[in-house]
Ligand binder design. Structure first.
Ligand code: CA2
Length: 145
């Protein structure tokens, strides 16, 4: 598949714990389940999905720079970095293709510190509270854009 169909689906810290803890908030699907869903959705939409997760902020920054340098769309769940990382926000500001911010939970129904995002100002859209379907909706938007 050509490079212009590549979408980076980037996940931040602790999301590798999905399905192992806190199912009432984050559901019972594992990160591998979420990856399979995104890859399958991408195939159906004619997109090549590169699904990644990291617990290291520098690695996330390098992935965002890769997207900025190559014009790749990004679906981003930057997890806790969303709420305090100016560096992640600054990297998002460099993106030129659509950026969709996704959260599994509805962060606005949770603690006040989750209500602010350093990503949202640079995102085309923000999806929160739809669980894994939020990633599907983000990919559908990118395919249609
Ligand atoms: O709702 C989301 O997707 C979040 O981005 C998840 C982050 C949280 O800091 C954001 O406020 C909202 C936390 C990811 C941690 O995921 C876990 C999953 C299972 C068990 C423990 C943590």
């Amino acid at each position: 598949m050509s490079d212009d169909k590549l979408v980076l689906v980037l996940n931040g810290p602790n999301l590798n714990r999905l399905g192992k803890r806190e199912p009432a908030i984050y559901g019972s699907q594992t990160l591998a389940d979420l990856e399979a869903l995104c890859v399958k959705t991408g195939e159906e939409l004619g997109l090549e999905v590169s699904f990644r997760q990291t617990n290291h902020e520098g690695e996330m920054l390098e992935w965002l720079h890769e997207a900025a340098d190559n014009g790749y769309p990004v679906v981003l769940n930057s997890a806790a970095w969303t709420h305090y990382s100016i560096a992640v926000g600054d990297a998002c500001a460099q993106l030129t293709a659509p950026l969709i911010e996704v959260h599994l939970s509805n962060v606005h129904q949770r603690e006040a510190f989750r209500h602010h995002s350093f990503v949202s100002a640079h995102a085309k859209a923000v999806i929160a509270g739809l669980g894994p379907y939020g990633y599907v909706a983000a990919l559908e938007f990118i395919a249609a854009a």
